[in-house]
Design a protein around this ligand. Sequence first.
Ligand SMILES: [Zn+2]
Ligand SMILES: [Zn+2]
Length: 138
Amino acid sequence: MPTLFQERLRALGFSSYSAYLQSPQWHAATAAYRAHPRLPQYCLGCQSGSFELHHRSYTRIGHEAVGDLIPLCRICHERVHRYLTEHHKPINATHVALRKLTGQSKGAMKHQFRPFSRKRPKKRQTLAYNREPLREEG
Ligand SMILES: [Zn+2]
Ligand SMILES: [Zn+2]
């Protein structure tokens, strides 16, 4: 049975999350992030300069805001996903996973996430697919 997230992807015309990662929409979203002058261009887990982009929200999948993405190196990215999967946490709990993995205080995390907070939509997020436990998507 497809997850709500998979159904959302299908509604956008993608057969899978990996198909989405090949799309012009995803390439545009990551390029916009990497070109952004004020967003961190290093892994938030370990400060490595080599990073890929992780969704902290799927709310705007297909037309992400740069604030929906956070930079993580491959290793930290895998760790975050493993944590979320093992603890049956949704993607919205990314900050919790990152805090556990880095041992950072809540305050330090808040500071790191602050550049993104302005990008949050005004309405409370109620989309169910943001809140379901992760399987393999990322
Ligand atoms: Zn890292
Ligand atoms: Zn991810």
